[in-house]
Design a protein around this ligand. Sequence first.
Ligand SMILES: [Zn+2]
Length: 109
Amino acid sequence: MNKSLKINETRKEVYSRDDYTCQHPDCDVMGWDNLQLAHSIRQGQEVFIQAFWLQEFDECISKKRATEILNSPENLTTACSKHNSYFDCTFRPEDVKRILRRIHENKNT
Ligand SMILES: [Zn+2]
């Protein structure tokens, strides 16, 4: 599958899980054209993910795999453009660990 198709698949999966609605508690923006995928752990954190995987799961992963992890549905939330950054938890270590452990768990079940 090429890259943009894969992204569209993920987009559909996350939007449908979130009922095609921005997940900010005080927002009801809806619809494909008004929504975006918000990353909980920011894009560009591949080196951090690789280090975490090694330390936590004793597993050496590629940068490509780390990018896939960042683009997992577990790391994505449906948001409108105004609330995209609301879901960013890159600098909240406990949230980051929780998300990464959940992704690891789901990949191994
Ligand atoms: Zn919103």
